[in-house]
Design a protein. Structure first.
Length: 267
């Protein structure tokens, strides 16, 4: 009980003075740890940002070179895809054109057979080149309304010497006057001149390494172009084969061919 005496200091202080000091120290330690963590995180962020900006700085030559290489890769890939797309479109277009052409040819063939077009007035003409003669015939049974006469002409075969041939070209002079032309290179002996004899003129010149041979052309077709037949009549001599003369000329109404070839004995 209070007897009027002032309270002593021991009675005014808390009963456990050590507990308040302990709490204060723990709070200060927590604050210190938090500040260290914040500072560490800030430093890490700054370092990362610095490194990241350095790795992507467009002013850095290495960065510019890497960006340029990436662009080149993307550009090449884009070009490949573009070329592939264009090739695919071309292939599709070609396939469409082929299909349309095939369908049109099939339709024309069916119509030609239905109309029963055929050849008449087959005629032989002059020889055009070695062992080859020109023939003509007229396509008949062509309706006046038919507007694809040349196509029908080119698609209609004819038998010559027992073999079927397609026209080489056609001329359209109107209905029932379509003329087909053929160049037949089989079974035409009258169109096949031959080299009968040859003369060896010796070496072209001393040390030239070349020899000159002359042949005479026999059985030249009447009305034929002597230059054409001289250049296309084949010949073999001295183990060599030629499809025609290298040089042609006429002398005393005769046709001659010359050949110049390598010869070791002329060196």
């Amino acid at each position: 009980m209070n007897d009027g005496k002032p309270c002593s200091s021991s009675e005014a202080e808390p009963l456990m003075p050590g507990r308040s000091s302990h709490h204060h120290q723990s709070f200060k330690s927590y604050i210190r740890t938090a500040l260290i963590a914040i500072m560490t995180a800030s430093i890490a962020i700054i370092i990362f940002a610095s490194v990241f900006n350095t790795c992507n700085d467009p002013l850095d030559p290495d960065v510019r070179d890497r960006i340029r290489k990436d662009w080149d890769i993307e550009l090449r890939q884009h070009q490949k895809e573009t070329i592939k797309r264009i090739d695919t479109q071309k292939r599709w277009l070609q396939e469409d054109n082929d299909r349309i052409l095939e369908e049109r040819q099939k339709h024309e063939e069916e119509e030609r057979l239905r109309l029963n077009m055929f050849w008449t007035n087959l005629a032989s003409h002059t020889c055009t080149t070695y062992a080859t003669r020109e023939y003509t015939a007229r396509l008949v049974n062509v309706p006046s309304y038919y507007n694809r006469r040349v196509e029908a002409c080119m698609a209609t075969p004819i038998k010559i010497h027992g073999t079927e041939y397609m026209p080489k070209w056609c001329e359209d002079y109107g209905p029932n006057n379509v003329i087909g032309h053929w160049e037949v290179d089989q079974h035409e002996p009258d169109c096949a001149p031959y080299w009968s004899w040859y003369k060896d003129f010796g070496c072209v010149s001393p040390g030239s390494g070349q020899r000159r041979i002359e042949h005479y052309l026999e059985n030249l077709p009447l009305g034929g172009d002597w230059k054409e037949f001289c250049a296309t009549a084949p010949v073999s001599f001295r183990g060599m084969h030629f499809i025609g003369a290298e040089f042609c000329f006429q002398k005393n109404y005769g046709t001659y061919g010359h050949w110049v070839f390598d010869d070791e004995s002329c060196k």
